[in-house]
Design a protein around this ligand. Structure first.
Ligand SMILES: Cc1cc2nc3c(=O)[nH]c(=O)nc-3n(C[C@H](O)[C@H](O)[C@H](O)COP(=O)(O)O)c2cc1C
Length: 162
């Protein structure tokens, strides 16, 4: 079973979770990147605005072929209570080429609202989504806890896809 972990991360937390998941399920990693990296302030303002407006944005050419994998794991932060534009763009552009998908979100707050973002991601890939997704919260968790949870989920994915 070939597993690909596709993630968007601006400040690095989602990347660390993606790495932990990929290590645990022996998956490959693929990062979504915008052509020009924004500064922190611009990312907060524009990233939040584009997310709220459900905008699509330009992405760097993908370094992975999603159709070549049995399972694609999507990892993304929550922006303004929804998906950041790079992940939404990726799903809209590549979703129809994915055989089977699951995913995780990271967020700074524990709010139940954030779980809706997992549901939103599943809603964009309704026929191929595999439960359970994962919600990893940044702020109350020391990173070791967050990464331990991510590892356990990755191991579970690997077992389930055997
Ligand atoms: C523009 C912007 C909007 C955000 N909106 C939310 C939000 O609505 N709810 C939340 O819990 N965290 C929110 N966050 C925090 C991020 O989801 C969280 O810090 C995430 O883990 C960052 O991932 P990264 O380090 O991979 O970029 C926001 C962060 C940014 C930059």
């Amino acid at each position: 079973m070939r597993i690909l972990v596709v993630y968007y991360s601006y400040s690095g937390f989602t990347r660390r979770v993606a790495e932990a998941v990929a290590r645990a399920c022996s998956g490959e990693l693929c990062a979504l990147e915008q052509p020009k990296r924004r500064g922190t302030f611009m990312n907060f303002v524009m990233g939040g605005f584009e997310a709220m407006r459900r905008r699509s944005v330009a992405l760097k050419p993908l370094a992975c072929d999603v159709a070549a994998y049995d399972l694609v794991v999507l990892g993304t932060p929550v922006y303004a209570g929804t998906l950041p534009a790079p992940m939404r763009t990726f799903i809209l552009q590549e979703g129809s080429r994915i055989r089977r998908a699951t995913g995780f979100i990271t967020a700074s707050g524990r709010e139940a609202e954030n779980l809706k973002v997992l549901q939103e991601m599943r809603g964009l890939l309704p026929d191929i989504w595999r439960e359970p997704g994962l919600f990893v919260c940044y702020s109350p968790n020391p990173n070791e806890v967050a990464l331990g949870v991510s590892k356990a989920w990755g191991l579970e994915l690997a077992r389930a896809t055997l």
